[in-house]
Design a binder for this molecule. Structure first.
Ligand code: E4P
Length: 227
């Protein structure tokens, strides 16, 4: 099940679902804003429920919008109640490195039976600890890792090795796609899933030489009519 779509855009989700090539959707507040969501929590709920129903039984990740631990816990439970296929995104830590979040992840997974996607991670070591806390998904931002001058494929290889060696169940999602090549190279490096922006998914399908070849077939088919 290797490809999720990283978007809040309904028509893109419908398009790729009909092709049968996506197995889930991930969002975050930035993605929802870019997809035209307004109205705060009301707007986030409306769009999230719409996407969740569209992709059911595949999963949808929805990110909490607060850094307050108590509110994070409440939001996570609320989101999980919107649809059975919604899992909750919690960042690895707060914007100043506050350490409350893994405790929340652990509580949500173990006490509330809510699937958590730990997000905004830039290293294998962050992902390892999120997996140990019990996260169902650990999201490494491959494009941002590369942009910082590190090798995302190396991080993925290290992460997959330690998760397998210690029988940790978390699925590795690599996000932050920047190039068409990212998808296949990250899967080859050991990612369980890559969450892809719609434009790059189209780039994986369309090849200039395939276009030329298809045109040749069509032209020659037409010529047989006249021969
Ligand atoms: C992953 O789940 C995130 O939504 C996303 O891929 C982040 O990517 P960005 O680096 O483009 O913000």
């Amino acid at each position: 099940m290797p490809i999720f779509l990283d978007t809040g855009n309904i028509s893109d989700i419908e398009k790729y679902l009909k092709m049968g090539i996506i197995r889930g959707v991930t969002t975050n507040p930035t993605i929802l804003l870019q997809a035209g969501v307004t109205g705060g929590m009301k707007g986030i709920k409306e769009r999230s429920v719409e996407i969740a129903n569209l992709v059911d039984p595949y999963p949808l990740s929805v990110e909490v919008t607060t850094n307050d631990p108590k509110m994070m816990l409440e939001q996570a439970q609320e989101f999980a109640g919107w649809a059975k296929n919604i899992n909750v995104k919690i960042t690895i830590h707060g914007p100043k490195g506050e350490l409350d979040n893994l405790e929340i992840v652990h509580e949500l997974e173990n006490k509330h039976d809510i699937r958590v996607n730990v997000t905004a991670m830039m290293s294998a070591q962050q992902c390892l600890l999120a997996a140990m806390a019990g996260a169902t998904y650990v999201s490494l931002f491959g494009g941002r890792v590369n942009n910082m001058g590190y090798n995302s494929c190396e991080e993925i290889r290290k992460l997959r090795t330690v998760l397998d060696d210690f029988s940790l169940d978390a699925s590795i999602i690599i996000g932050s796609t920047r190039e068409v090549l990212n998808i296949i190279e990250w899967l080859e490096a050991g990612a369980h899933l890559v969450t892809v922006v719609p434009k790059l998914l189209e780039g994986m399908i369309v090849h200039p030489y395939s276009k030329e070849t298809v045109q040749m077939f069509l032209d020659d088919a037409a010529k047989t009519e006249k021969a």
